[in-house]
Design a protein around this ligand. Sequence first.
Ligand SMILES: NC(=O)c1ccc[n+]([C@@H]2O[C@H](COP(=O)([O-])OP(=O)(O)OC[C@H]3O[C@@H](n4cnc5c(N)ncnc54)[C@H](O)[C@@H]3O)[C@@H](O)[C@H]2O)c1
Length: 321
Amino acid sequence: MPVLVVGGAGYIGSHAAHTLKRRGYEPIIYDNLSTGHAELAKGFELVVGDVADSAKLAAVLKRVDAVMHFAAHAYVGESVVDPRKYFHNNVLGGVALLNAVLDSKVRKLIFSSTCAVYGIPAKLPIREDTPRLPVNPYGDTKLAFEHALEAYGRAYGLRFVSFRYFNAAGADESGGIGELHSPETHLIPSAFEAIKGERPALEIFGEDYPTPDGTCVRDYIHVNDLAEAHVLGLEYLDRGESTAMNLGTGQGHSVREVISSIERITGREVPKRMAPRRPGDPAELVADPSRAEELLRWKAQRSLNQIVSTAWNWASRQGKH
Ligand SMILES: NC(=O)c1ccc[n+]([C@@H]2O[C@H](COP(=O)([O-])OP(=O)(O)OC[C@H]3O[C@@H](n4cnc5c(N)ncnc54)[C@H](O)[C@@H]3O)[C@@H](O)[C@H]2O)c1
């Protein structure tokens, strides 16, 4: 079955494309390469285009049965200083894509949402019925698209899954693809940059949180566990239903725990320095993944150590150290 992977030249989309192919699907990648990389799309048909280009989308939508929508801008900090960029791409661009889908025969769409839609949750672990109260423009744009999907689903019979990812991390076990963001803001690749001397030190934002070691706790999920959930999401859509699902492991790790795992696995010390808390950073974000586990018969398989070792394997092959 042919699937359009929009944003498939990016980090998570490229892993989804590889997993789709391994499972016998035929992915076609559609990406404007704004933050993506043609090298991550190697081995696939790559259509270079923007989500706002309805004519280009119409042509390629004729050839597929489902769409996975990974394309977005995804820097929380940048969304605060330049919300226009975020609403333009993630909301206006996203709705343009949705309209192009509606104007085609495709009725199945999987969307990359985020735990940022929950903001600062009152209760942990986070269930899908937790109120959606984002605390930054990035989260606002993702929630706006979730609302559009829900309305289109009710009115037009579009079937969808909004997957709310927790912290995506790790790399494909082949070592051929991995995380490539510029600038890098995610903890594990940022720590590798510090090890390699590409940044002076890893900043730890806050050590006075009400957590066991004072640093923030997050739910790190391996990118291939995410990718596998997407493939199962297609089978779920074939049952004619729509919903939102958390994708996480259900287990939290503190920043210090992640750094220890990195130092153990790489055998290198991570140069680090303490920095003030970032505004809007909750102490702890951990998923209750039971809805996805039940509806998809899926469970995250890979541990924090596997996340770190696959990510390091990829980073080491980048030839920068
Ligand atoms: N990385 C995470 O931990 C995380 C967590 C939660 C949600 N998400 C969401 O997952 C998705 C993928 O994230 P990622 O980390 O792979 O980011 P990424 O930047 O690596 O990938 C995004 C891809 O979308 C493409 N793109 C952006 N705007 C486009 C447009 N207008 N038209 C066509 N293509 C466009 C980019 O070129 C890039 O290849 C995003 O929607 C992000 O919000 C990511």
